[in-house]
Design a protein around this ligand. Structure first.
Ligand code: AMP
Length: 473
């Protein structure tokens, strides 16, 4: 068996690896590290969860350990598509570089520029940036890129999805021609290949899993629903969440505003849930993630961009509230569970409208996924009756405080802001059987109370999924 020492890493790095407790390199590390140490360009097809970050961080520490940074002239540049990924890479440098004296700066949007500029002025060995903030600071004359020796483009397929390629092209044009370039992507479709050809010179190629394969550690299930109806989907989700074994979970929605809606609904039903989407303040995103990491939040409702590449071990479940529009997002989403040798389960709610996207997923992963139904799932007619019943409660003063039904936060009010025509049509179709939106009609509760007892699914919520007392919020 290959050891880290066999890969040619020095004692300081081996000691840091030992401190973390890794016994042997992962396949991507075993293959990539020797090439990077030889100074070769690298094209690596590897998903998050394979250990790819250490695959470039460890040899970079080795190479950069030999020199010293000058003010405003970083010696290496790592581009990441999101702030969260940039933070994770920075964390890796801190962990593995604990016996080195390398300096690092993180240039990401949504955070104060002043501190980033001060770090650049002091001189940095490693610059970890998102493309937009990087260009912004360059245009302000705060960075000189002539000394970059190693350039890393991470999560290239996500960069493409997020429209960052022109920015990356521009940044690459500012770098010296003589440098080492490492290019990582979870998938390698033809556009990504072309992109790699533009940036890499005579690269070595490393592939650790065939493109778009899903981990064998993740049990995948499609839960079919008889119709595309938001209430029904939420009800199905609630029932699945209450199953045995759901310790914590990522819950994915396709749209940011649906993340907010679903989060609100889950909290209202007494679940201990947080939300993560691109429009949130960075501080809020970080705080939410920290709570999820510390198990103070059991469920994290999120969008693809916000959750891409998040490295949190021991997440028992992933729920796709919406089938993703892009099949490769499915692979990324379900890769949030079944990490670090653990097993996980990924449920996807599938309605008849999702047939095309489902077919695309199964073609991509070359697998047919088991279909399940939820036997006790109420029909929409039942839900209508239930809503009517709840609305009656509301008319009788459902808030319990004599002020009548709760105002605001209804689906209608959210729909008014929806500029997406297709979506408006969808929702009109979905909401047709519901004379009263559930949010407005729900029985009254104070913020910290668990869901009201007259909701027949809320009585049996397991304690660990329940909302914590206010102190934890
Ligand atoms: P990544 O693919 O870089 O997001 O890494 C996924 C997870 O694998 C992280 O939690 C790392 O801490 C962990 N990891 C990285 N290298 C190793 C290794 N050689 N042995 C065990 N775990 C590792």
């Amino acid at each position: 068996m290959t050891t880290f020492a066999d890969l040619g890493l020095s004692d300081d790095i081996l000691k840091a690896i030992q401190d973390v407790g890794y016994t042997s390199p992962t396949p991507v590390q075993e293959k990539a590290i020797p090439y990077v140490l030889q100074g070769r360009d690298l094209l690596a097809c590897a998903q998050t969860g394979t250990g790819k970050t250490a695959g470039f961080v460890l040899p970079m520490l080795e190479i950069l350990g030999a020199g010293r940074a000058r003010a405003r002239m970083p010696r290496s540049l790592i581009l990441e598509p999101t702030r969260e990924l940039a933070a994770q890479v920075a964390e890796n440098f801190e962990i593995y570089g604990k016996y080195h004296k390398l300096s690092m700066a993180r240039l990401t949007g949504g955070e104060m520029m002043d501190e980033q500029i001060r770090a650049l002025d002091r001189g940095v060995d490693v610059l970890i940036a998102t493309p937009g903030r990087m260009i912004d600071l360059f245009e302000r004359g705060k960075i000189l890129l002539n000394d970059i020796k190693i350039f890393v483009i991470d999560e290239a397929d996500r960069m493409l999805d997020m429209g960052f390629i022109p920015d990356i092209d521009r940044i690459a044009g500012l770098l010296p021609p003589l440098k080492q370039t490492l290019f990582f992507s979870a998938t390698m479709p033809p556009e990504i290949r072309k992109l790699a050809d533009r940036f890499l010179s005579n690269p070595k190629t490393v592939t650790v899993a065939p493109p778009a394969t899903t981990s064998a550690n993740v049990t995948q299930k499609f839960v079919t629903l008889p119709q595309n109806n938001d209430w029904l989907k939420r009800e199905a989700l609630r029932m699945l969440l209450k199953q045995e074994g759901v310790k914590n979970a990522f819950i994915f929605c396709n749209r940011k505003k649906d993340v907010a809606l679903l989060h609100k609904s889950l909290v209202k039903h007494g679940f201990n849930a947080g939300a993560l989407h691109g429009d949130m303040e960075q501080s809020e995103r970080t705080a939410t993630l920290d709570k999820f990491r510390r198990d103070e939040i059991a469920l994290l409702v999120c969008s693809d961009v916000a959750a891409r590449g998040l490295d949190i071990d021991a997440v028992s479940h992933v729920f796709n509230f919406d089938v993703p529009f892009h099949a490769d997002d499915y692979v990324h989403r379900i890769g949030r569970t079944g990490r670090a040798g653990l097993t996980g389960t990924a449920y996807t709610l599938v309605t008849p409208d999702d047939a095309k996207c489902v077919a695309a997923i199964e073609t991509l992963i070359k697998k047919t996924i088991d279909r399940e139904t939820i036997p006790d799932l109420p029909t929409v007619d039942e839900s209508t009756t239930r809503h009517r019943h709840r609305r009656d409660d509301g008319r009788r003063g459902g808030r319990g405080d004599g002020r009548g039904p709760r105002q605001g936060g209804s689906r209608d009010s959210n729909r008014r802001h929806d500029g997406n025509k297709a979506n408006v049509t969808d929702r009109r179709h979905e909401t047709a059987p519901h004379p009263a939106p559930a949010n407005n009609a729900a029985p009254a509760r104070t913020r910290e109370e668990p869901a009201a007892g007259n909701d027949r699914f809320d009585n049996d919520l397991p304690a660990f999924l329940r909302r914590p007392p206010a102190a934890l919020k």
